[in-house]
Design a protein around this ligand. Structure first.
Ligand SMILES: *[C@@H]1O[C@H](CO)[C@@H](O)[C@H](O)[C@H]1NC(C)=O
Ligand SMILES: *[C@@H]1O[C@H](CO)[C@@H](O)[C@H](O)[C@H]1NC(C)=O
Ligand SMILES: *[C@@H]1O[C@H](CO)[C@@H](O)[C@H](O)[C@H]1NC(C)=O
Ligand SMILES: *[C@@H]1O[C@H](CO)[C@@H](O)[C@H](O)[C@H]1NC(C)=O
Length: 196
C-alpha cells in the first residue's frame, strides 16, 4: 500500500513538473518570438536580420477625437487646411487590422506638412514606436515624401532604435480607406527593414 502511494505521488510529481516546465518554456518562447504582425529572419549570413512588419495606420484629422493637429499655416496664405505650407502634428495609432478598435501595436508620432505648391504632397517625418511583445519600446523612423493622392506609395526607413538599431529599409503604404470630407484615413503599411 505504501509503495502504491509513493508511486502515485511520484507519477503526479512528474506530471505536474513536466506541465510547469512546458508552460514556462512556451512563455519564454512567446517573449522571444515575433508577434503575428511581424516576420523576421537572419540576413547577410546572420550578421543582421530582415524583418517585415504589417500594420494599419489611423490618421484622424476631424471628428470627436482627432489624432492630428494643424499647428502652423503660412501668414496670408490660402487658409484651406491642406494647402501649401500647412504643418501638422500627428499621434496616430497603429493596429493589426484596418479596424481602429483592433489590437494596438504602436503609434506614429511626428510632423507632416503640405510641401507641394500643386496638388497635395506631404513631407513626413514620423517615429513609429511599437508597444507589442519583443518590439515593445523599439522604433523605426520614416522620413520622406507622401503623395497622398496615389493609392500606393513608398517611403524610406532612415533609422531605428532597440531591436531595430541601425535599421534601413522601406515602407510600402496603401490607402485602405479615405473620407475626402472628414479627411480621415486608414493606411495599410508593409515595412521591410534590415537591422542588427
Ligand atoms: C487653396 O488650396 C486648396 C488646396 O490646396 C486649393 O484646392 C485651392 O484652389 C486653393 N485656393 C486658392 C485661392 O489658391
Ligand atoms: C511595454 O513596456 C512598458 C514599459 O516597459 C510596459 O509598461 C507595458 O506593459 C508593455 N506593454 C506590453 C504590451 O507588453
Ligand atoms: C502587403 O503585404 C501583404 C502580404 O504579403 C500583401 O497582400 C499586400 O498586397 C501588401 N501591400 C502592399 C501595399 O504592398
Ligand atoms: C465622411 O465624413 C463625413 C464628415 O465627417 C461624414 O458625414 C460621412 O458620414 C463620412 N462618410 C463615410 C463613408 O464615413
Amino acid at each position: 500500500m505504501a509503495k502504491f502511494i509513493v508511486i502515485t505521488f511520484f507519477t503526479l510529481f512528474v506530471i505536474f513538473t513536466s506541465y510547469f516546465v512546458n508552460v514556462s518554456s512556451s512563455e519564454s518562447h512567446g517573449t522571444k518570438s515575433p508577434p503575428t504582425w511581424a516576420k523576421t529572419e537572419p540576413h547577410h549570413g546572420g550578421h543582421e536580420r530582415k524583418t517585415v512588419l504589417q500594420f494599419y495606420f489611423h490618421d484622424v484629422m476631424t471628428g470627436e477625437s482627432p489624432t492630428v493637429a494643424l499647428i502652423a499655416q503660412p501668414i496670408g496664405g490660402n487658409n484651406s487646411a491642406m494647402s501649401f505650407g500647412s504643418l501638422f502634428m500627428a499621434d496616430d495609432p497603429l493596429t493589426v487590422s484596418p479596424d481602429p478598435n483592433s489590437y494596438l501595436v504602436g503609434r506614429a508620432q511626428g510632423l507632416y506638412g503640405a510641401a507641394s505648391q500643386k496638388g497635395v504632397n506631404l513631407i513626413m517625418g514620423l517615429n513609429y514606436g511599437f508597444v507589442d511583445g519583443i518590439y515593445n519600446g523599439s522604433s523605426v523612423v520614416i522620413f520622406g515624401r507622401n503623395s497622398v493622392t496615389n493609392r500606393v506609395r513608398e517611403f524610406p526607413v532612415v533609422g531605428g532604435t532597440g531591436v531595430f538599431r541601425m535599421a534601413r529599409g522601406y515602407a510600402v503604404a496603401e490607402t485602405y480607406f479615405i473620407n475626402h470630407t472628414s479627411r480621415n484615413a486608414i493606411v495599410g503599411y508593409n515595412v521591410t527593414i534590415f537591422h542588427l
